[in-house]
Design a protein around this ligand. Structure first.
Ligand code: GLV
Ligand code: MG
Length: 359
């Protein structure tokens, strides 16, 4: 275990200083593409500016025969594409126990380490995995003469990883965030599902039998398989100043349930979700941006609360210091997103005006 006093000194002589705070850049959507797929790779430059995070995937989903081509494709894209200020460039490395991880890191860092914002590390089991990646990155950054450290994002997708989630989040100042990996996590836990994220119609509760008649028509309510894990993830991330994300939703054509799953994650505290298909980009951007109505309400609460102390009644509801703090979270996010997206800025400004007009 590192001494917290030494937490902000580099792990290798000549490596860049660790960051003291993880930048809170808009991160509503992490769009996955396979860098070995030329058709997909060709679409990347046109997505810069409109997608918060573009991630070249090297792990699951890329055929074993294409692993080297994917790595080479990623390097090409990193060198050729200007990601500008609004779009982050990430990669998902192969897992630590795979035959590809070491070559992934040792080739990618010197080639495009100055372009990469974050490396996503799959199947993280505990702090020891992050410590290993941390030191390896520091050594490679020092050798490559990089000026800023590459951040690390862990996928929470093993039962052991979930058991160790707090220590994973606090394992390094590089830790940028966590994603839920529901597909691998389901397998690791021996859940009896076969889907990539989302719900299951069999996971439900049923109303009591009317008059004791168990055969009567009784409404059932599907439950969220991922609630427990997302809630743990959100607390562990918030406690360490890093960011939680929902992961993949595999049923691409069910855009409605995808939106529901993303919204549950947003309401619980996640900042974004993965997109596996261009159709999911707009869903994530919409869901993870506060609605103009919520922003208008939040501004009205701020206005009504004056110096921020005490309690007031607004539209029949009690507002106090605690609801004010929730409103400030929404306003802060809206302002950050508005700086990036003029259409959103306009929607938020419009909602403030109509609120004012109504008053
Ligand atoms: C993502 O990697 C998952 O396993 O769900
Ligand atoms: Mg996985």
């Amino acid at each position: 275990m590192r001494n917290p006093k030494d937490f902000f000194t580099p792990l290798a002589m000549g490596a860049p200083d660790p960051v003291r705070e993880i930048p809170s850049r808009p991160s509503r959507v992490i769009h996955f593409f396979d860098p070995s797929n030329e058709k997909m790779a060709a679409k990347v430059p046109a997505m810069v500016g409109s997608v918060d995070i573009l991630l070249g995937n090297l792990e699951d989903g890329v055929k074993a025969d294409n692993k080297v081509a994917a790595r080479e494709g990623l390097v090409r894209i990193g060198r050729d594409v200007d990601f500008g200020d609004t779009t982050q460039f990430w990669t998902r490395l192969n897992s630590l126990d795979s035959p590809w991880f070491l070559d992934d890191v040792t080739m990618i860092v010197p080639a495009i380490g100055d372009r990469l914002d974050v490396v996503m590390v799959p199947k993280v089991e505990g702090a020891e995995d992050i410590h290993y990646v941390d030191r390896l990155l520091a050594q490679l950054e020092a050798r490559a003469g990089l000026a800023r450290p590459i951040l690390v994002h862990a996928i929470l997708e093993t039962a052991r990883g979930v058991a160790n989630v707090e220590e994973i989040c606090g394992a390094s100042p590089r830790m940028q965030g966590l994603s839920l990996g529901p597909a691998d996590l389901a397998a690791s836990r021996r859940m009896k599902t076969t889907r990539v994220g989302g719900g299951h119609p069999g996971y439900l509760v049923r109303q009591d039998p009317p008059g004791g008649d168990v055969d009567a028509d009784r409404p059932t309510y599907q439950q969220d398989l991922w609630h427990y894990t997302i809630a743990r993830m959100v607390d562990a991330c918030a406690a360490n100043g890093i960011y939680p994300f929902y992961g993949p939703f595999g049923d691409i054509k069910d855009v409605v349930a995808c939106e529901d799953q993303f919204r549950n994650a947003f309401l619980l505290g996640c900042v974004g979700a993965w997109s596996l298909h261009p159709a999911q980009i707009a869903i994530a951007k919409r869901v993870f941006s506060p609605s103009p109505e919520d922003v208008a309400h939040a501004r009205a609460v701020v206005e009504a609360m004056g110096d921020g102390t005490g309690a007031v009644m607004l539209d029949g509801r009690m507002e106090d210091d605690a609801s004010l703090k929730q409103c400030l979270v929404l306003i802060d996010l809206a302002e950050r997103l508005g700086r990036l997206d003029p259409e959103l800025a306009q929607a938020y400004a419009g909602s403030a005006r109509s609120e004012g007009e109504d008053a």
